[in-house]
Every structure is written in structure tokens, then in C-alpha cells.
Design a protein around this ligand. Structure first.
Ligand code: MG
Length: 257
């Protein structure tokens, strides 16, 4: 559970984090109407190897791709295949990289072409909720403080807050304890300490929170077929305070205002 004991470990995770941010930048640049998800995944794999990293997802419990690509009603764990992006799609891109044994993991959701107003709002609110959760990711707080902050972001909009999938500790493994749910009560759950690294990852749905898994065993969709958004960062609790390792200045910096 405690993953960062010294600056060298931190540097390795930070390198993995920069790789993940670069993957997002490349994939977002290439994602457009008519582009196939499998081609975006191939690009992601190239960026990961260019950074001297390995993909965290490829082969994880048999997962067949470098990234998860989750369009529209797909909540998480979509397998990038022949699907061609269409005008008005939402696309969630989840990527993980390993550098010298240390993982980083992040996700974002982007619009393809022009999206409708309610989809745009879903993305923006989910992104804001990620940063509300990150603001609670500091030593002395509890995991429930993160979940509560995230959940409160969804509440005014009546979004379904996914409970079947949660954030997690990260380090030598992609998924370590503690689990980090996107709901709270505040003040409950494991206490956060310096040396931990945590993935905060809200998943909000336009409709029901309920999810189903497709027969491929991976693709998780909303039970009502309505759209979903997913944002994630890896946060390291260092001696100098929390550091978000997977930020891309172009894409995933803290929203202003
Ligand atoms: Mg994750």
C-alpha cells in the first residue's frame, strides 16, 4: 500500500506519468470522425515504447490492447477495435504505463466533433469532480473524503455515479489498496499518508449508475445505454505535498474558474 519510499521511486512513477500524459496528447490529437479505435491504440502503444515504458494494460488479466477506449455508453474497459469514431461521440481514453517497475494510470473523455449540450456538461462536471477529489487527496484525510467530494460534484445534475468500479492505490502494481470509491461518507475509510500514490477516477453517467458487462468480458456499458464520462489522474503524496503525476498541460490541467 505504501509505494513511494524515496525520491528514486517517485522519479520512476513520475516518468511513467509523463508517458501517460504524452499518450493522451497523441491520441487526442489523432482522434477524429472516421478514425478507428484500433489505430488510436496502435499510436498509443508507439508513444509508450518511445518513452521507454511498457503498457500497464496489455496482457493485464488477458486484456488485448495498450489502452481502454470507451465510446459513448461504454463506461470503462472498452477494447479498441474497428469502431470508427462518429460526429457527436464521447470517447474515454484510459492509459497506463510502467517505467522500471512503477505504474501510472490516467483517463480523460473528449468530444468527437460537435457534441450535444448535455454530453458537454457531463464531461465538464466529471472533470471538475476529478479535481475536487484530488483536492481531498492529502495526508491525514481519509479515502471517504475523496469519494464524498467526487459524489457531491454529480449531485446537482442527478448523474449516475458508478459504484461498480472505483479508484485505487498504485505503485508497483497498477491496482493496489486502498480502493477509492467515487462516493463517501466523508471522514471514513483508510487514512491517506505520505508515501501513498492514489488514482482518483470519477465515472459519471447521464442516466442510471447501473452497469453491465458485455459478453467479451471487458466492455462495461451503462445499463440504460446513456452516455458516460471518465476522468482519472495518478496522485503521489510526497513529503512536499500531493503531486499529480499524469497531468498534460494541454489537456488535463486543473480547470480554471
Ligand atoms: Mg485506474
Amino acid at each position: 500500500m505504501i509505494t513511494i519510499k524515496n525520491p528514486r521511486q517517485f522519479d520512476k512513477m513520475a516518468t511513467a506519468g509523463r508517458c501517460v500524459a504524452a499518450v493522451h496528447e497523441a491520441v487526442v490529437e489523432a482522434a477524429d470522425v472516421g478514425v478507428q479505435l484500433q489505430d488510436l491504440d496502435e499510436l498509443a502503444g508507439q508513444v509508450i515504447s518511445d518513452h521507454g515504458c511498457r503498457p500497464s494494460f496489455l496482457g493485464y488479466q488477458g486484456f488485448p490492447a495498450h489502452t481502454c477506449m470507451s465510446p459513448n455508453e461504454v463506461v470503462v474497459h472498452g477494447i479498441p477495435g474497428p469502431y470508427r469514431l462518429a460526429e457527436g461521440d464521447l470517447l474515454s481514453i484510459d492509459a497506463g504505463a510502467i517505467y522500471k517497475g512503477y505504474h501510472a494510470d490516467a483517463a480523460l473523455t473528449i468530444p468527437i466533433g460537435e457534441v450535444d449540450e448535455e454530453s458537454a456538461r457531463l464531461m465538464e462536471v466529471t472533470r471538475q469532480a476529478l479535481w475536487s477529489g484530488i483536492d481531498q487527496t492529502r495526508p491525514g484525510n481519509r479515502v471517504g473524503d475523496i469519494g464524498y467530494a467526487v459524489e457531491m460534484g454529480a449531485e446537482p445534475y442527478g448523474y449516475g455515479v458508478v459504484i461498480d468500479y472505483v479508484g485505487h492505490g498504485i505503485g508497483r502494481e497498477m491496482h493496489e489498496s486502498p480502493q477509492v470509491p467515487n462516493y463517501g461518507p466523508p471522514g471514513k475509510g483508510p487514512r491517506l499518508r505520505t508515501g501513498m500514490a492514489i488514482c482518483v477516477e470519477p465515472m459519471f453517467n447521464l442516466g442510471t449508475a447501473e452497469t453491465l458487462t458485455k459478453p467479451d468480458g471487458w466492455t462495461v456499458v451503462t445499463a440504460d445505454g446513456k452516455k458516460s464520462a471518465h476522468f482519472e489522474h495518478t496522485v503521489a503524496l510526497t513529503e512536499d505535498g500531493p503531486v499529480v503525476l499524469t497531468v498534460s498541460d494541454l489537456l488535463t490541467a486543473r480547470p480554471s474558474g
